[in-house]
Design a binder for this molecule. Structure first.
Ligand code: GRF
Length: 219
């Protein structure tokens, strides 16, 4: 089965996927492309250093808009989708992808817009996103810090992380895997964050495996 992974940063979740390839957790699966919207994303290095190495691509929003002044963010997202869809993935994983997708991305990935000439995606490709919070809790950026603050104020008893389907409303897709994460009284945010990231590394693999088994089960 073929996965494309989109990243923006360190790629520790990408690394979790790489380490799980062709183990019982993710059998008969390849990552066929890692695309980043940040040139300096260490995740690109992780892909290049994987064995076998994984093809990488970079496309930054600002450079794209500068090079194409008449184009919009929608066009950028279409461009990202075209690069991704050309690899014929069974699953697209947003792992630490720090860019809110406009409809341009899903329009191509769901087959509503052509990606090559008139060629459209025949069957909608599932997209999952990792988000370090529980469904509907802390949508958007800095979810980890916001959960930690809320805990300090006694507003929440715990938090969590989830892998969810990507739909047109941000961080609102149907959850695929949800895992609660405790916050311990008085623990520094670094310790909490480390535990939360470890949870993300587990659920990103579980989430990918679950969706792949739905769309491309191993016979
Ligand atoms: C993770 O907490 C992810 O949920 C968030 O970015 C953090 C770093 O991810 N979006 P990675 O190390 O780049 O995979």
């Amino acid at each position: 089965r073929r996965i494309v992974v989109l990243i923006s940063g360190s790629g520790s979740n990408l690394q979790a996927l790489i380490d799980a390839l062709n183990t019982p957790a993710l059998p008969q699966t390849r990552i066929v492309l890692v695309l980043s919207n940040r040139k300096a994303a260490y995740g690109l290095t992780r892909a290049q250093q994987a064995n076998p190495s994984i093809p990488t691509a970079y496309l930054g929003l600002q450079p794209y808009l500068k090079a194409n002044p008449d184009r919009t963010r929608y066009d950028y997202d279409v461009e990202v989708a075209k690069i991704v869809v050309k690899e014929k993935p069974d699953l697209i994983v947003l792992a630490g992808w720090m860019h809110i997708m406009s409809e341009g991305f899903l329009d191509v990935v769901c087959g509503e817009k052509p990606f090559d000439g008139e060629e459209k995606v025949q069957k909608s490709i599932p997209v999952i996103n990792l988000h370090p919070a529980l469904p509907g809790a802390f949508d958007g950026a800095h979810a980890i810090e916001r959960a930690y603050e809320a805990f300090q104020k006694g507003e929440i008893a715990h938090t969590g992380a989830m892998v969810h389907r990507v739909v047109k409303e941000v961080d609102r897709g149907e959850p695929v895997v949800v895992q609660q994460v405790e916050i311990k009284e008085g623990e520094p945010i670094e310790a909490f964050e480390e535990r939360l990231h470890k949870t993300e590394w587990e659920i990103i693999v579980k989430g990918a495996a679950k969706v792949l088994d739905e769309v491309a089960p191993i016979q």
